[in-house]
Design a protein around this ligand. Structure first.
Ligand code: GLN
Length: 481
């Protein structure tokens, strides 16, 4: 079989009967067991996956009508609930916590026939950009195991890059899908806020979180989105969609499309080789007929500061529920207050505590107006920058990350440098627009990602640009040795 197993390829093999789902799922599990020691993409594997795959095979043989993902193995980030599975969000505070129900995305995948084969590693409570803050130890980049895979969904990105699964799911609050996708050389899609239900996702920052996925191809990404998207009565922010994308109907043609290149995104601080690689990708799109226009996003320089006020504020509130009394980590004290102090003091990691302190500070009386309320106003200005720009252009193209994957431990003790690695991704969350990273080359044998951002609910244009690019290049077909 081809080294690069995409969902589209696997679907065809399954439908033709060339391979059974049982064989496919067993192959994935064996590969993980043999090789994941080096990457640590997975925190746990399903005990029932082979049985479920066998059941699909039986139904296929009987001629039953099957869902669009029947028999396809997928992986879930450790913060998305799967009923009965442990779900820790990479955090000690949720040690032993089990999903009491299926997240909407989990349920939709199961209904489509997908086989959930395991849960992937992530930064502690999804805070981080390298998967090094995971309480369960870091994930390593399959391209070079001395490097980080990015984060916070580093386990899912590494799982796809290493060929353990054709597709994996993740969440993106400030770049946690796109940045690891870029660093691991796979496609990473963060849909528009509201396109995919967040029900059953362990909340980090409720106005920024969005579930999305990792795949090798844009076609696969669109197929997955079709399965998980749409209104859900359990999430009031989910939206009734009037349109979806049919993967086979994505036009591989960008002629006449106007692509904006924001001048604020190519300044000093970024790796010149990454800049060159990204600009070459943009040139490729121009040669294919796209019109490249320089645009300005004047408030971009405030994005990081805005994000690091809003995100910790919402996180400090969301994390208030982890008291160790009903589930997760528990450490008893002499009285209730001491029990809380011990449980939370021991259960939360260093980065999480830093954010809780930042968030509690900016939300407290006397500072609320100066920080939190002001950050909300700046967020509106950032959103308006994008609204204005996307009236002139059809999509915006930028680097996904200012650098390629860095060494494990290199930025671990320097939170500001770590925060800066999300400089190009956080704006899409603040502006609630869709964004996708696709592989566009290598620097020092490590993958580089091109980010494409679009109008709210216009994922189709992102797919069109991405699929055209992938039809002209083969970066996405390369795999780590
Ligand atoms: N790295 C960013 C942070 O630590 C984004 C995390 C995310 O998207 N979950 O906040």
């Amino acid at each position: 079989m081809d080294d690069l197993l995409t969902v589209t390829v696997a679907k065809k093999l399954l439908e033709k009967g060339t391979i059974s789902s049982e064989t496919l799922v067993s192959m994935c599990l064996e590969r993980i067991k043999a090789q994941d020691e080096k990457t640590h993409a997975f925190l746990g594997l399903s005990q029932t996956a082979i049985e479920e795959a066998r059941a699909i095979d039986v139904r296929r043989k009987a001629g039953d009508e099957l869902g669009p993902l029947a028999g396809i193995p997928v992986a879930m980030k450790d913060n998305m609930l799967v009923q009965g599975w442990e779900s820790t969000a990479g955090a000690l505070i949720l040690e032993g916590h089990k999903g009491a129900y299926n997240a909407t995305v989990t349920q939709r995948l199961k209904d489509a026939g997908a086989i959930l084969i395991g849960r992937t590693n992530m930064d502690d409570a999804a805070m981080g950009s390298s998967t090094e803050t995971s309480h369960w130890g870091p994930t390593k980049n399959p391209w070079d195991t001395t490097k980080v895979p990015g984060g916070s969904s580093g386990g899912s990105a590494a799982a796809v890059a290493a060929g353990f699964v054709p597709v994996a799911f993740g969440s993106d609050t400030g770049g946690s899908i796109r940045q690891p996708a870029s660093l691991c050389g796979v496609v990473g899609l963060k849909p528009t806020y509201g396109r995919v239900s967040r029900y059953g996702l362990i909340a980090l920052s409720s106005s920024l979180d969005q579930i999305g996925l990792f795949a090798h191809t844009v076609e696969d990404a669109s197929l997955m989105l079709q399965v998980i998207e749409g209104k859900d009565p359990h999430d009031a922010t989910s939206v009734d969609l009037t349109q979806t994308t049919v993967p086979e109907l994505i036009e591989k043609d960008v002629s006449g499309l106007r692509l904006g290149l924001p001048k604020e995104y190519f300044l000093e601080g970024m790796d010149p080789q990454v800049k060159k690689t990204v600009l070459e990708a943009v040139e490729r799109l121009e040669k294919a007929g796209a019109k490249i226009e320089e645009i300005s996003l004047p408030h971009a320089e405030y994005a990081l500061a805005t994000y690091y006020i809003i995100q910790p504020a919402e996180a400090s509130s969301n994390l208030g529920r982890f008291d160790g009394l009903r589930y997760g980590y528990h450490s008893s004290g002499q009285n209730l207050k001491e029990t809380y102090e011990r449980t939370r003091g021991e259960g939360f990691g260093r980065e999480v505590k830093r954010r809780i302190m930042l968030g509690s500070y900016t939300l407290s009386a006397g500072y609320y107006d100066a920080y939190y309320r002001k950050a909300l106003k700046v967020r509106s200005l950032i959103k308006k920058d994008f609204d204005d720009a996307l009236k002139i252009v059809d999509a915006i193209v930028t680097p996904t990350s200012p650098s390629v994957a860095w060494g494990l431990g290199e930025k671990f003790n320097d939170p500001l440098t770590m925060y800066l690695s999300d400089i190009y991704t956080i704006t899409a969350n603040l502006a609630t627009i869709p964004a996708m990273s696709i592989p566009c080359g290598f620097v020092d044998d490590l993958p580089v990602g091109l980010q494409i951002m679009g109008k709210p609910f216009d994922e189709y244009t992102l797919f069109k640009i991405g699929a055209t690019y992938q039809s002209l290049t083969d970066w996405h077909l390369r795999t780590p040795s």
